[in-house]
Write a protein that binds this ligand. Structure first.
Ligand code: ADP
Ligand code: MG
Length: 396
């Protein structure tokens, strides 16, 4: 097999051990504790977040672990496996977004966000290790933010219930790092639960745990990293967002969330061109697919969500036009190999594909995708079989 087929790591001990070893090596003492947060993948609901709509992510069994200990002064030293040298900063750098750059900005951003919320953040030494692939769309960034946040909250004895954490972590990424992301990633990695997907209403920010028990149904989700280079992703994202906002304005609604499937035909008739009509059709039907998936999962009909996943992909490919040949190839190959459903997940123009499969068929479906890639001359994809896992927590 050419694919780097990783099995679900039910062994967070390895990454935790690396964080501890890194901490001891850098700082010469034992950490006071270790805190973990997972990556995430979005089961369904793409480009619905900024339209005030619905998403349904779940946390992955791949984790980022932060080993940490308090220090006596008000300074922070951070080290990560991603970089050889630790980075140190104090209040002056933290309180001016942009001063700490690179990967350490995600850590400084959390300190900044907590301080901006009036919290007395303790000085600390931190060491970061991770099994979450970086920059593949599985939210390694939110995993770092959440693990650091969990560590600082506990080290400082801060009075901060976890339902406030997603917003604080999101602010770190928006306001300090400067990445304009929504609330989905942080919600999923903080509030995700094993055996569940997290139904998030992006307007009210209310969340609900939805049973997503793949294991007892003999199912699994195969995640394929398309390894496609992100082509013009930022500009295309901005263009899609602008189209949606313009369409909502023409339709006289606060956001496309406010158009139902029953109202869709009438709404399309008011729009000026075919492209805008296709964009709106994607968002409106995608919101409905999320609601339909939630209903099926509530009824325990996990397998039956497959066609919704595949319909979501077709909508992203034909109406929203955000897929690329690599992801279309992965979806088609997974379906041909017996997946119940498959779709691109994430903002598009590359990133990951997920497929709902019988757990014992996952390796065969992964092989089929890898073979299809080789036939097309694409660089080999990464594949990973996952079950929904728990969100951020202190490790025992
Ligand atoms: P994604 O969240 O999809 O993986 P992003 O571009 O949002 O991709 O975030 C990736 C960035 O997050 C990395 O470039 C790095 O700056 C930071 N990051 C992620 N994981 C780690 C880690 N283990 N250690 C340090 N920084 C990390
Ligand atoms: Mg990210």
């Amino acid at each position: 097999r050419t694919a780097a087929t990783a099995t679900p790591t039910a062994t967070p001990g390895d990454v935790a051990a690396r964080a501890t070893a890194g901490f001891r090596q850098r700082y010469g003492v034992q950490p006071a504790g270790r805190w973990a947060a997972p990556g995430r993948v979005n089961l369904i609901g793409e480009h619905t977040d900024y339209n005030d709509g619905f998403v349904l992510p779940f946390a992955l069994p791949l984790r980022t672990v932060v080993a940490a200990a308090p220090r006596d002064d008000e300074r922070w030293t951070v080290w990560s496996e991603l970089s050889s040298d630790p980075v140190e900063f104090g209040p002056a750098e933290v309180d001016e977004p942009g001063r700490v750059t690179g990967w350490a900005a995600y850590v400084a951003g959390v300190v900044w966000s907590l301080r901006a919320a009036g919290q007395a953040v303790p000085g600390a030494r931190l060491a970061v290790a991770s099994d979450v692939p970086v920059g593949s769309g599985l939210s390694s960034s939110a995993a770092v933010e959440a693990a650091v946040l969990a560590a600082l909250v506990e080290l400082g004895g801060l009075d901060l219930p976890t339902d406030r954490w997603p917003r604080l972590a999101q602010r770190a990424e928006n306001g300090y790092v400067g990445a304009p992301t929504g609330i989905m990633d942080q919600s999923a990695v903080i509030r995700g639960r094993a055996g569940h997907a997290l139904f998030l209403d992006c307007r009210s920010e209310e969340v609900e745990q939805i049973p997503f028990d793949l294991d007892s149904a003999g199912l699994a989700v195969l995640v394929v990293d398309s390894r496609a280079p992100h082509r013009h992703a930022d500009g295309e994202y901005a263009a899609r967002r602008a189209s949606c906002e313009e369409a909502a304005r023409i339709l006289g609604v606060p956001a496309l969330r406010d158009v139902t499937v029953a109202e869709l035909d009438a709404a399309l008739g008011k729009l000026p061109d075919g492209e805008t009509r296709r964009r709106v059709r994607h968002v409106v039907t995608e919101n409905q697919r999320v609601l339909d998936a939630v209903e099926l999962l509530r009824a325990g009909r996990v397998r039956d969500t497959g066609p919704l996943l595949t319909a979501s992909h077709a909508s992203m490919r034909d109406d929203f036009e955000i897929t690329v040949p690599e992801v279309d190839t992965a979806v088609d190959a997974a379906l041909a190999a017996g997946a119940y459903g498959a779709r691109m997940t994430g903002g598009g123009f590359g990133g990951c594909v997920l497929a709902l499969v019988d757990a014992d068929r996952a390796p065969a479906v992964a092989d089929a995708v890898t073979t299809a890639y080789a036939e097309r001359g694409f660089a080999a994809p990464g594949t990973l079989t996952v079950l929904p896992a728990d969100g951020a927590a202190r490790l025992g």
